[in-house]
Write a new protein. Structure first.
Length: 244
């Protein structure tokens, strides 16, 4: 049976929640004090995020596993007739995908906080604690940080559109390896959000949660990992429309 919009919403919430639980979890394990994985490095983080995507795609099979507003918007820009099998593109379905992705990202971040509560209670730089939830630039330059996020997300969405039209069409492992490749090659300048929900949902969670010594949520930067990926997704969708 074709999924209802309610099933699409739940699918995206669960899939994106799993993505953020495992992705945020690997960051927490590497950067928060007194963890067994402390200081294990960038390679662990990039592979952890790749495997988080792998898991999230399987969980969100009913909805085509977008897990990312950039993927949804990229499909829209590409002129797709369906977001997934049995889910036609419409204003209502678009809003359901975007809402599910945001809610799932927020909830996944809350679960990371609960899993690592005692480590968040330890003394650590506030920026380190924020780094578990959301991205931040290595060198702050809003315009160039925007360009980095645009390029990284363009690669993600364009490859998905060219080879699969939906993430599930590529296959979970292929999507996971693509995310690892982006992280290792393009992730250094900004921490590669490449997903507006992945950054904004957890940033809101950081602002609301009772995290000891958390400091600012860095709202001045928050527009970059939202609008950079969306711009990259639109460009990818338009190019795929004429290329494929």
């Amino acid at each position: 049976m074709d999924p209802s919009l309610g099933q699409v919403f739940i699918s995206e919430v669960l899939g994106t929640g799993m993505l953020l639980l495992l992705g945020g979890g690997v960051v927490a394990n590497v950067i928060l004090p007194k963890n067994k994985g402390f200081d294990s490095g960038w390679v662990v983080i990039t592979f952890g995020w790749g495997l988080a995507v792998f898991s999230g795609v399987y969980v969100a099979f009913r909805s085509g596993a977008h897990l990312n507003p950039a993927v949804t918007i990229g499909l829209l820009a590409d002129g797709a007739k369906n977001y997934a099998t049995g889910v036609p593109v419409s204003f209502s379905s678009t809003m359901v995908y975007l809402a599910g992705e945001m809610v799932g990202a927020f909830l996944g971040a809350v679960l990371v906080f609960l899993a690592y509560k005692k480590h968040f209670d330890e003394n650590a730089d506030p920026a380190t604690k924020l780094g578990v939830f959301s991205t931040g630039p290595a060198i702050r330059s809003y315009g160039w940080n925007f360009v980095t996020e645009l390029i990284g997300t363009f690669v993600l969405v364009f490859v998905i559109l060219v080879f699969g039209k939906t993430p599930s069409g590529l296959g979970p492992l292929a999507v996971a390896l693509l995310v690892v490749a982006i992280g290792m090659s393009l992730g250094g300048p900004t921490g590669y959000a490449i997903n507006p929900a992945r950054d904004l949902g957890p940033r809101i969670a950081h602002a609301l949660l009772p995290i000891k010594g958390k400091g600012s949520s860095d709202w001045a930067y928050s527009w970059v990992p939202v609008f950079g990926p969306l711009a990259g997704a639109v460009i990818a969708g338009l190019l795929a429309r004429v290329y494929v």
